[in-house]
Structure formats: structure tokens, C-alpha cells
Design a protein around this ligand. Structure first.
Ligand SMILES: Nc1nc2c(ncn2[C@@H]2O[C@H](COP(=O)(O)OP(=O)(O)O)[C@@H](O)[C@H]2O)c(=O)[nH]1
Ligand SMILES: Nc1ncnc2c1ncn2[C@@H]1O[C@H](COP(=O)(O)OP(=O)(O)O)[C@@H](O)[C@H]1O
Length: 400
């Protein structure tokens, strides 16, 4: 059995939480934001937890009820907490490189909106990701217009560039549809519970069934370095517009209602009653698609090949360009013994690593000036640079 890890105290400066070990394997940081103290704790291997205290004049506080939204990180050997403007940056020690940066949003627009809806104090977790991925593409249009056909063509031609956001739905699977590939086919009560738990980016009742995009569905695609495609209805597109997800919005229009009806009937996947319901809804969807201001682009799907070429143009994929090779994501490695300080939008992480003969000190600068997205999904736009690495006994010429 190895020794219980000892936790190195973090520098307490510029709003940086000092982590301390409560008992073996359990750690806490305190971060004061205005008149509140956020106590963020975790036991190695379990999910983090947050307590929120309103402080009185003596700096003492009573805990308030708090709802935590988003996916909670798993705790490890300790963490640092750094207060940014409206969120707390959490640096997990010795975590896997793709799991060491997290954010707890305490006063972002998303959290403020959720506080209003839920009528209680709310915080929201999101995972930090180095770099940016391309904006997701939201494709909407009436049933039978050809959304699925166009998306399949795109995924077939550019399999390494695009990934499909697999929605949840309460409708029954069609003959060829596979669970987890075309949709996650779900029971209504299960989906309603997950919506309540904040797991969905958007949801809507469409043609009598519940459909929704989980936060995870979009993030899985982005984490794989691919551009995410969402096939969702106009109500869903409106919700995504209002969310923290920045996306490109495309509406697909049929050449005529007669042609739309023909395509729906020829597809042969719906009962007569369902076909009629979809056609009734189509009129309103087309009106909203054209006039709501939600969509950046409208494409007419008359001749399929032409429409596909136009879609590719919108996505910057004109003719025979070779898709850019995505560079491997940059990853940060946070060793056990490190200290953290903050200068404006830069977080300086200093650590010591010991080799066989000498120790070397490493300095990493994490840039948090251009954060994008956020809870309940991922916070992107982080960047970092190794700004110094020098060995013990090295005299002068180093950066410090
Ligand atoms: N809001 C929302 N709409 C969705 C989602 N997934 C699918 N839809 C929409 O639900 C509608 C019905 O989809 P579907 O049952 O697959 O039928 P189809 O459009 O006729 O192929 C379409 O307008 C889809 O764009 C989702 O996650 N959220
Ligand atoms: N431009 C087009 N011209 C003729 N048929 C089309 C065209 N685009 C799609 N289709 C056909 O119309 C039907 C509906 O298309 P689909 O992609 O399933 O629509 P959606 O996903 O919008 O409901 C399919 O049978 C498809 O092959």
C-alpha cells in the first residue's frame, strides 16, 4: 500500500482557492464570490460536490440550497480553484490531460437564466477544452424535404469532418433505424426526467412525439474533433439560438407543397394519418423558417445534386478541396506539485518535475481570455503555452 497522498497548498492570491485535505483522499477549496462562498470538494474517485454559503459580516455563512447542472467532474488527488469573472476555473491534479480543466459557472447568463426558471440557487459544470472546434451546423426543414438525405451525403463524402448529433425521441423506430445511430429511442418518462436534470440542450414536441438534443450528443462529436450536424425542427433551432452553443443555422425548403407530399408518400415510412399531420405542420414550419430570423441560410431542395453542392458551398467545401487534416488536440498535463497564480486573463501554473539527477521547473501559461460555449456543455477557446522550463543549477538566461 502506498502512502496517503499529501496535498500541496496552493498559493492564496488573486482569488485562487487554497485546496486543503480534510481527510485522506478528500479535498476542498473555498472561493469567495461577492457575499458568497463556494466550497468545492471531492473525494478521490467520486464526483465533485459544491456547497454555497451566504456570508455575514463576520465572514461566517449558512449553507443555501443549490442545484448543480451539467456533468460533474470526477475528483482526483486535489484541485485548485481560480475565480474568473463569472465562473470558477478548477484545475484537477494528476488527472488525464483531457480531464484536468473544468469550470463551475456561478453567474454566467446561462446560470442566471436557470436561477430564474428553477427559483433556487444554481451552479453549472462544464469541461474545459483547449482550442476551438468549428461551429455546429443546425439543419431544419419540414418532414420529407430531404434533410436526412443531404446529411447522409455529407457524412459519406466527408466522414472524418462531420459527425451527427444523435437525438433522443419518444417515437417508434422505423424499419431500418438503429437505436443509438439514427436516434436514441426513449420512453417518455425517462426523457422527461433527463430534461428536468438539465441533460438536454433543447427539446420540442414535434408531430406528437418528444424529440431532443442531449448536451452529450453534441459534445461527443466535438470531442472527436468533428463538426457536429444537428437535424432538428424549427422550435429546436430557436432554442439552440438562445443557448450558449454557437452554430450555423440552415433551413431546407421544398420546391412546392405538392412535391413535399410526393416525397413523403414515396418514402413510405409513415401511416396516412402521420403523413397528413406532417403536411399540416409543414406549412407553419416553412413560414417560420423563412421569416423568423433564426436561420442564416435558406436552401431550396429541388434538384438534389444542386442543393447538395450549395450546401457544401455554405460549409466551405467547394468542389475538390481536400478536407483540412485536423491537428491533434493540444493537451495540458498538470503534475501533482504545482502552484497557480493569475494575471489578468492568464493563469500561470508553475510545477517542479524531478528527473534522475536534477529537478526542473516548468511554467505554463493558460489563456482564458476567449472562452466560448460553456455549461451545460463544454467551455472551449482555452489556449496554453509552455513559457519556461529550466533545470536546477541553470544560472541566468532563463525566463525568470
Ligand atoms: N427539436 C428537435 N427536433 C428534432 C430532433 N431530432 C429530430 N427532430 C425533428 O423532428 C422532426 C421529425 O423527425 P423524424 O421523426 O425523424 O421524421 P422525418 O423528419 O420525417 O424524417 C424533424 O423535423 C426533425 O428535424 C431533436 O433532437 N430536437
Ligand atoms: N431533391 C430531391 N428530389 C427528389 N426526392 C428527394 C430529394 N431529396 C430527398 N428526396 C427523397 O425524399 C424523401 C424524403 O427525404 P428525407 O431525407 O427522408 O427527408 P427528411 O429527412 O427531411 O424528412 C426520401 O425518399 C428521399 O430519397
Amino acid at each position: 500500500m502506498g502512502e496517503a497522498p499529501t496535498f500541496i497548498l496552493q498559493e492564496l492570491q488573486n482569488g485562487i482557492g487554497n485546496g486543503f485535505e480534510l481527510k485522506s483522499g478528500t479535498f476542498e477549496t473555498d472561493t469567495i464570490v461577492g457575499d458568497k462562498k463556494y466550497i468545492i470538494g471531492g473525494t478521490n474517485g467520486e464526483t465533485f460536490s459544491v456547497k454555497d454559503q451566504i456570508l455575514d459580516n463576520n465572514g461566517l455563512g449558512a449553507c443555501v440550497d443549490l442545484i448543480e447542472l451539467g456533468t460533474k467532474p470526477i475528483s482526483c488527488n486535489g484541485h485548485s480553484a481560480v475565480l474568473l469573472k463569472d465562473r470558477i476555473l478548477i484545475l484537477k491534479e494528476t488527472a488525464k490531460p483531457d480531464d484536468c480543466i473544468w469550470f463551475l459557472e456561478v453567474d454566467t447568463p446561462y446560470v442566471r437564466q436557470q436561477k430564474k426558471i428553477l427559483g433556487t440557487d444554481v451552479v453549472a459544470w462544464s469541461k474545459g477544452v483547449i482550442g476551438n472546434s468549428e461551429k455546429p451546423v443546425v439543419i431544419s426543414g419540414p418532414s420529407g424535404v430531404g434533410k436526412g438525405t443531404l446529411i447522409s451525403m455529407l457524412m459519406k463524402e466527408f466522414p472524418s469532418m462531420f459527425g451527427f448529433s444523435v437525438s433522443h425521441t419518444t417515437r417508434a423506430a422505423r424499419g431500418m433505424e438503429k437505436d443509438g445511430v439514427h436516434y436514441h429511442f426513449t420512453e417518455k418518462n425517462v426523457m422527461e426526467k433527463e430534461i428536468k436534470d438539465g441533460k438536454f440542450l433543447e427539446f420540442a414536441s414535434v408531430h406528437g412525439n418528444l424529440y431532443g438534443t442531449s448536451v452529450e450528443a453534441v459534445e461527443l462529436v466535438s470531442d472527436a474533433g468533428k463538426r457536429c450536424i444537428l437535424d432538428i425542427d424549427v422550435q429546436g433551432a430557436r432554442s439552440v439560438r438562445a443557448s450558449s452553443l454557437e452554430a450555423m443555422f440552415i433551413f431546407i425548403c421544398p420546391p412546392s407543397m405538392e412535391e413535399l407530399e410526393k416525397r413523403l408518400r414515396d418514402r413510405g415510412t409513415e401511416t396516412e394519418e402521420q403523413v397528413l399531420k406532417r403536411l399540416r405542420n409543414a406549412q407553419a414550419e416553412i413560414e417560420q423558417g423563412r421569416s423568423s430570423g433564426i436561420f442564416d441560410h435558406i436552401l431550396y431542395n429541388d434538384k438534389l445534386e444542386e442543393c447538395y453542392e450549395n450546401l457544401k458551398k455554405l460549409l466551405g467545401l467547394d468542389e475538390c478541396i481536400t478536407p483540412p487534416k485536423s491537428s491533434p488536440p493540444k493537451e495540458i498535463n498538470l503534475p501533482r506539485d504545482h502552484s497557480v497564480s493569475k494575471i489578468d486573463d492568464k493563469i500561470i501554473i508553475s510545477s517542479i518535475s524531478s528527473g534522475l539527477e536534477k529537478e526542473s521547473k516548468n511554467l505554463i501559461m493558460l489563456d482564458v481570455s476567449s472562452l466560448k460555449g460553456g455549461a451545460p456543455g463544454r467551455t472551449r477557446g482555452l489556449d496554453f503555452q509552455v513559457i519556461g522550463s529550466f533545470s536546477d543549477g541553470f544560472n541566468g538566461n532563463g525566463p525568470f
